[in-house]
Design a protein around this ligand. Structure first.
Ligand SMILES: [Zn+2]
Length: 66
């Protein structure tokens, strides 16, 4: 399982996924290299909403080219 953390760097603030095994540890932001503390299990705030890929309904009519 993975947990989402947000980079604390003001200019970054990007969400990243880290392994559950990294809970309670500090990871490095992949974008700005800042240190991100991963909340320990049980002490985490509600996970941020991560946009998921929206499945395309199979019966959707296809747009026809002009
Ligand atoms: Zn960052």
């Amino acid at each position: 399982m993975v947990v989402a953390v947000r980079c604390p760097e003001e200019r970054c603030q990007k969400y990243q996924l880290v392994e559950d095994a990294n809970r309670g540890q500090v990871v490095v932001c992949l974008i700005c290299k800042a240190s991100i503390r991963v909340p320990a299990a049980g002490a985490s705030p509600p996970p941020p909403a991560i946009p998921k890929a929206i499945p395309i309904p199979p019966n959707l009519p296809r747009a026809k080219p002009l």
